[in-house]
Ligand binder design. Structure first.
Ligand SMILES: [Zn+2]
Ligand SMILES: [Zn+2]
Ligand SMILES: [Zn+2]
Ligand SMILES: [Zn+2]
Length: 224
């Protein structure tokens, strides 16, 4: 499904707009990140930096920090349950090595036992209407986790802006009936949603690559 590519994102700590390349530089100088680190009472351990992006739409991306002691199951749970970047109807999910072989990776695998800098693997959610996420391991360092959780968000893409098909205003809705019946993304503003021929199934636009797929409705708001 075509969406506007978005390479700029926001810092999860202060909300400042950052480019993908500028994230590291920003995090070092980000006051809120630095105070969170200072306030953290967590025991230092290996922390892995991950870059996740929608396989079919690179405009949706997450920059995560994951504890070395955390497992892939934690990552799966984070993407699905915790902030529902992907979750709709409890479909099956899997990690695999990608490529043609698609060797499945056991979800019990711990980051420290499995990750290597530069490696790339995949997460698949739903084997019907699949959401595929490419995951790149950027590197690791020793440090204090900022939260007590296995994973935390550092930055993510800005919500792609969509324009109402009836006017030039910013859209707030996607009509799912148009998606199902016409195979088209029809974005609408509040005003034009009222006049739209389809009354059922508009969903609020949320910042997720699963928008418009299956019964997905979000919220795609990370709790940490
Ligand atoms: Zn910041
Ligand atoms: Zn579903
Ligand atoms: Zn419609
Ligand atoms: Zn409109």
């Amino acid at each position: 499904m075509a969406r506007n590519p978005e390479t700029r994102g926001t810092c999860a700590y202060c909300g400042e707009i950052v480019t993908r390349r500028g994230i590291d530089k920003h995090l070092v100088t980000c006051q809120k990140r630095q105070s969170a680190l200072q306030a953290s009472a967590q025991t230092p351990e290996t922390l892995w930096r991950l870059h996740l992006q929608g396989s079919y739409n690179h405009g949706f991306w997450l920059e995560l920090e994951m504890r070395g002691s955390a497992s892939l199951e934690h990552l799966d749970e984070y993407l699905r349950g915790r902030f529902a970047w992907l979750e709709c109807c409890d479909h099956l999910s899997q990690f695999n090595l990608g490529g043609l072989s698609r060797v499945e990776i056991d979800m019990d695998r711990k980051a420290d036992r499995f990750f290597q800098s530069g490696m790339v693997f995949r997460h698949i959610y739903d084997f019907g209407t699949s959401s595929v996420t490419d995951i790149k391991v950027l590197g690791s360092s020793q440090g204090k986790p900022v939260t007590q959780y296995p994973i935390s968000l550092l930055a993510r893409n800005q919500t792609p802006e969509q324009t109402c098909q009836e006017c030039d205003q910013k859209a707030a809705w996607l009509c799912m009936e148009c998606v199902y019946d016409l195979g088209e993304d029809v974005f609408l503003c509040d005003e034009h949603l009222k006049d739209h021929e389809h009354e059922e199934g508009p969903i609020a636009l949320v910042n997720s690559p699963r928008l418009g797929m299956c019964g997905y409705t979000g919220p795609a708001e990370p709790p940490y």
